[in-house]
Write a protein that binds this ligand. Structure first.
Ligand code: SAH
Length: 234
């Protein structure tokens, strides 16, 4: 078992579990960016027929979409409440190729090394005490030559203003207290840790928000929220 978890983070997300699938609710931003991240993943790997693990899956927004795109998808999270919500939602939508488990990624990596065609770990690294340990475990889970996708928040004054001040307090895009600036991760830090874990950078893209149009798009600007994709060296 790992201690690489903040109990308050699990409690915070778990307490909002029943709101997870409300597309206009507290987690609307995850719903809004989901088609974009799915599209980005598809630029690097086929999804259909692939075995994938979604680490820190929450209520399963991405996990379920991956399964509906043909993957055999496993979602893992340390919030039992969120795993329950994810399972229930998959039952409601009759998504059969998805499973969920409450297990630490480090433990799963011990049990099933090199078992997954690709790994996703979205908006999660900034919520754990030791992101490096999560990155290493993701690297261990993926098969040689397989892809690992991470998304997180960049640590810059601009991301403090946009991801915390604007998103939490001015525009009320995400619940107050969702993010803590010091846990944000600069792209070069992510790349360096990933490289040490045997992962080679393949691409990086920003998730940009237009507050006038109230729309997200993928673009070159990685100042705030970004996705990075890596390939495990064979
Ligand atoms: N990846 C999902 C949810 C992001 S919210 C998505 O992008 O749609 C962050 C998630 O990380 C929450 O579900 C929270 O319970 C989970 N989490 C936080 N710390 C964790 C840890 N140590 N291990 C596994 N999951 C964790």
């Amino acid at each position: 078992m790992t201690d690489n978890v903040y109990a308050h983070e699990i409690q915070k997300f778990g307490s909002m579990a029943e709101l997870w699938w409300d597309k206009q609710g507290e987690f609307w931003t995850l719903h809004a960016i989901n088609p974009l991240r799915l599209k980005y993943i598809q630029q690097f790997t086929d999804i259909n027929g692939k075995r994938v693990v979604d680490v820190g899956c929450g209520g399963g927004i991405l996990t379920e979409a991956l399964a509906q795109s043909g993957a055999n998808a496993l979602g893992i999270d340390l919030s039992g409440d969120l795993v329950d919500v994810a399972e229930l939602h998959a039952l409601e939508t009759k998504t059969e190729t998805v499973n969920y488990q409450k297990i630490a990624v480090e433990k799963l990596a011990e049990e099933q090394p090199e078992s997954f065609d690709f790994v996703t770990c979205m908006e999660m690294l900034e919520h754990v005490p030791d992101p490096g340990s999560i990155i290493s475990a993701c690297a261990k889970l993926v098969k040689p030559d397989g892809m690992v996708f991470f998304s997180t928040l960049n640590r810059k004054p601009k991301s403090f203003l946009l991801a915390i001040v604007a998103a939490e307090y001015v525009l009320h895009m995400v619940p107050k207290g969702t993010h803590e600036f010091k846990t944000f991760i600069k792209p070069h830090e992510l790349c360096q840790t990933a490289r040490t874990a045997g992962l080679e950078l393949q691409g990086m893209i920003g998730i940009e928000y237009n507050p006038i149009a109230k729309r997200f798009s993928l673009g070159k600007n990685i100042d705030v929220n970004y996705i990075a994709v890596f390939k495990k060296q064979a």
